[in-house]
Design a protein around this ligand. Structure first.
Ligand code: ZN
Length: 411
C-alpha cells in the first residue's frame, strides 16, 4: 500500500506536533533535521520507532499534547525493565472508540447485542477498549473483566450474552467448562471477538464448534491505541484495518526495506491523527503481509493477513529469510500429515541444510509424500528442503508450546 497524499499530509501534522512539543521523538526528528515529508520515498527514509526507545522515554517522554489535554494513560506491561506509558487525549480515546465500533460492525454486531467483556481492565488497553467501542455502538455491555469462571457463566446465562470478548485461551476454557457442565442450551452466544495473539486453526475450530459461534480476530497494540485497529470480516480473508487512522507498511525485518503487497514481513505502523503520543514508523515485530486486491465483502479498507508470528522466529537459511509459519502453511495443504512437524537446520560441508520432519499414517507412500512436500516448500521459499516422513506419534509432543525449530548450526 503506497502512502497517499492525504496520509503524507497527516504524517506532516504528526511530525510538526512532535517537534513543537519537544517530546522524545520530537527531539529525535529535530536532531535529524526532519521537518516533514512530501513523497513516499521521503516517508520511507524516516527513522523507525522502537519499543526500547519508548521505554527510554519513561515516564512521560512521549507526551506530545499539552498536559491539560491529556485525559488518561495506558501502559504496556514490560516483562523486563520499564513499562511503556502512552498518554491519550479525549480525541484519542474517542478515535479509538470509533475504530472499535467499526470492528464490532465489521463482525455484524449491533446495538441489540449484549457484549460480555472478559479481558482485564486497568493500566492496559484491553477491557476498556472493548467497552468504549461497545458503548459507542450502543450495545449492552457486561463488563466482567478476567477470571471467576463461575460468575462469568452465571452472567452469560442470566444476561443472555450474545457476544464474548476474550483471549483465545480463555474462550477455550469457557467452552470446555460449558461442555463439562452440559449447559450449552442455556448459552446464547453468537459471536466471539478474540484478541490477536497467534492461535492455531485447531484451537479456533474447537472454540467455534463447541460454543457454536463465529469468531473474529481483533488486532491492535497498546503503543498504537490498543486492540481495535483491525478485524476480519465474515469472509475470513485477513483483517481490515482503518487506514484513515493508521498507515501500515510491511518491511523486510533484516534490510528494513518495504516489501511489495502480498509479501511477508514485519508490520510497521504510523499513527495519522494521534495527539497524546503520535508514533512514526513503529516496529511491531509482528509478522504478516498486506493482502492485495479487494475483499468479497466490498469494504474499502485494506487488509492484513493473520499475524503469522514474531520477527524473532525468523530463520536465515542459505541467505533466505524463512519463517516457521511459511512451512506450516505448506504442510496444512497436506491433509495426510498430522499437525506435528519439526524443522532442523544444520550446516554441513559449508552449506546450510533444512530438514523438515512430518508425520503420517501407514496408508501413504512416504517417498512420494516427501517429494510432493519438498516441491511445494521450494515454490514457497525458493530452495528445496530434505523432507523426512515418519510414522504418526514419532515426533515429540508436550503440553507446553512444542519447540518446532531446532537450529543445530549454533549449538
Ligand atoms: Zn472483508
Amino acid at each position: 500500500m503506497q502512502i497517499s497524499q492525504l496520509q503524507l499530509e497527516q504524517v506532516n501534522h504528526q511530525i510538526e506536533a512532535l517537534i513543537a512539543a519537544d517530546s522524545f521523538y520530537g527531539k529525535k526528528l529535530k536532531e535529524a533535521g526532519i521537518k516533514g515529508v512530501s513523497t513516499s520515498e521521503e516517508f520511507e527514509a524516516l527513522p523507525f520507532s522502537e519499543k526500547k526507545d519508548l521505554r527510554n522515554a519513561y515516564p512521560l517522554g512521549l507526551m506530545t499534547a499539552p498536559e491539560e489535554k491529556i485525559v488518561r494513560i495506558h501502559s504496556s506491561s514490560g516483562t523486563t525493565g520499564l513499562p511503556v506509558i502512552i498518554p491519550y487525549t479525549a480525541k484519542d480515546v474517542d478515535d479509538w472508540a470509533i475504530m472499535f465500533k467499526r470492528c464490532y460492525e465489521m463482525a455484524g454486531i449491533t446495538n441489540m447485542d449484549r457484549i460480555q467483556i472478559t479481558p482485564g481492565y486497568g493500566l492496559w488497553t484491553a477491557g476498556i477498549g472493548f467497552q468504549n467501542g461497545a458503548e459507542k455502538l450502543g450495545a449492552m455491555v457486561i463488563p466482567m473483566g478476567p477470571g471467576n469462571t463461575e460468575k462469568q457463566l452465571q452472567m452469560m446465562m442470566d444476561m443472555k450474552s450474545t457476544v464474548l470478548c476474550s483471549t483465545s485461551s480463555y474462550a477455550l476454557l469457557l467452552a470446555e467448562e460449558i461442555k463439562k457442565r452440559g449447559i450449552k442450551d442455556k448459552i446464547h452466544l453468537k459471536k466471539g471477538v478474540i484478541g490477536s495473539e497467534r492461535w492455531g486453526e485447531n484451537m479456533r475450530k474447537r472454540i467455534s464448534e463447541e460454543l457454536g459461534i463465529e469468531l473474529y480476530d481483533i488486532y491492535g497494540l497498546t503503543e498504537i491505541y490498543g486492540p481495535g485497529i483491525g478485524i476480519n470480516c465474515k469472509y475470513e480473508n485477513g483483517m481490515h484495518y482503518w487506514d484513515d487512522f493508521i498507515y501500515i507498511e510491511i518491511v523486510d525485518p533484516v534490510t528494513l526495506k518495504p516489501v511489495s503487497d502480498g509479501e511477508l514481513g514485519e508490520i510497521v505502523i504510523t499513527t495519522l491523527v494521534k495527539e497524546g503520543a503520535p508514533l512514526i514508523r513503529y516496529r511491531t515485530h509482528d509478522l504478516s503481509r498486506i493482502l492485495p486486491g479487494t475483499c468479497p465483502c466490498g469494504s474499502p479498507y485494506p487488509r492484513l493477513d493473520v499475524i503469522m508470528g514474531r520477527t524473532d522466529d525468523m530463520m536465515k537459511i542459505k541467505g533466505v529469510n524463512v519463517f516457521p509459519s511459511q512451512i506450516e502453511e505448506v504442510l496444512q495443504q497436506f491433509p495426510e500429515t498430522s499437525s506435528e512437524y519439526q524443522i532442523r537446520i544444520s550446516h554441513l560441508e559449508g552449506k546450510d541444510t533444512m530438514r523438515i520432519y512430518v508425520e503420517t499414517d501407514g496408508t501413504v507412500d512416504f517417498a512420494d509424500l516427501s517429494e510432493r512436500i519438498a516441491e511445494k516448500v521450494k515454490s514457497k521459499i525458493g530452495f528445496t528442503p530434505l523432507v523426512k516422513v515418519v510414522e504418526l506419534g514419532v515426533l515429540p509432543r508436550s503440553e507446553k508450546k512444542t519447540k518446532r525449530v531446532i537450529d543445530e548450526r549454533y549449538s
